[in-house]
Design a protein around this ligand. Structure first.
Ligand SMILES: Cc1ncc(COP(=O)(O)O)c(C=O)c1O
Length: 308
């Protein structure tokens, strides 16, 4: 039994071929399994009014190739080939609204830390995936804790690369939070400033202005972060996207929310049992959430969609 059994999916694209779901396997001596040497993306496709479409696909491809760079990982497929493969993958499985997971990783050849003789394997999977932090979370907001685990600094491991191995940090923080009865964590960076969630960027609203940690705060350069910055600027808000946010500012914020391809726009109603603002979804968060869902449901903003 697996969590995928109930889903109507049967095909994965693997190194150029469409293979049956159960055949998309790799050797136990795969380099990436031992050393976390893979890079990946998490992309949503929405069933928009204009038809099924991948949201901000081009930016996800940009980041996939950029993530591969520091690791010298040669992705042997062009953007067009990966796009064609993904579109056909969704088509073959009749997937409209779903989550897409491309991954490129050092494969099977030898097991020294140096991956020099290992091939780069590339696969793409897709499956239906509902709201990441729960349906209720979108309306009510989530309760989070500041993790005792710090985010590694970008001087230790590039944090702007979406690398598989990095997610042990996210796992530690997220599981610590859930063990303590919270839905999600916030991680501080090495300097003790607010970095992000384990799989989300973080935004703070104060006195009608919007703040989010800058890229030098050891965060992932989130694509939803960029979407939200564009949407808030268009609505006339002042956005500070290059700031440090101290832990204490979390508690005194008027509103806080997470953004991410999986989490979309999720309000935060409590941090460490302290109510944020009125302790429920705030008005600015609601407005931005509405703006975000209007875009992804309508599919009207052509430059952000790759229609399937
Ligand atoms: C650590 C981390 N930060 C932020 C994000 C949000 O990024 P995006 O909006 O591109 O999904 C993610 C999710 O990919 C993440 O894993």
């Amino acid at each position: 039994m697996s969590g995928f059994d109930d889903m109507d999916v049967d095909t994965i694209w693997m190194n150029g071929d469409f293979v049956d779901w159960e055949d998309a396997t790799t050797h136990v001596l795969t380099h990436a399994l031992h050393y976390g040497s893979g890079v990946f993306e998490g992309v949503r496709a929405y069933d928009t009014d204009e038809g099924p479409a991948l949201f901000r696909w081009e930016e996800h491809l940009d980041r996939l190739f950029a993530s591969a760079k520091p690791y010298d990982l040669d992705i042997d497929y062009t953007r067009e080939e990966l796009t064609e493969a993904t579109v056909e993958l969704l088509d073959r499985q009749d997937l409209a609204s779903c989550y897409v997971r491309p991954i490129a990783y050092y494969g099977y050849d030898s097991l020294g830390v140096s991956p020099k003789d290992c091939p780069t394997d590339v696969t793409i999977a897709a499956w239906p995936w509902g709201t990441y932090l729960g349906e209720e979370a979108l309306e009510e907001g989530v309760e989070v804790m500041v993790s005792s685990w710090r985010k590694h600094a970008s001087s230790q491991i590039p944090t702007n690369a979406k690398t598989t191995g990095l997610y042990v940090n996210s796992m530690l923080a997220g599981e610590e939070a859930r063990r303590n009865g919270f839905t999600e964590a916030i991680v501080l960076n090495k300097e003790g400033n607010v970095a992000e969630g384990p799989g989300e960027n973080l935004f703070l609203v104060r006195d009608g202005e919007i703040f989010t940690p800058g890229l030098s705060e050891s965060i992932l350069d989130g694509i939803t972060r960029d979407t939200v910055i564009t949407l808030v600027e268009e609505r006339g808000y002042t956005v500070h996207d290059d700031v440090s946010i101290s832990r204490g500012e979390l508690h005194t914020a008027d509103e806080l929310f997470f953004t991410g391809s999986a989490a979309e726009v999720t309000p935060i109603r409590q941090v460490d049992n302290v109510e944020i603002g009125s302790g429920t979804r705030g008005p600015v968060t609601e407005e931005l959430q509405q703006a975000f869902f209007d875009v992804v449901e309508s599919g009207e903003r052509e430059e952000w969609f790759h229609y399937v």
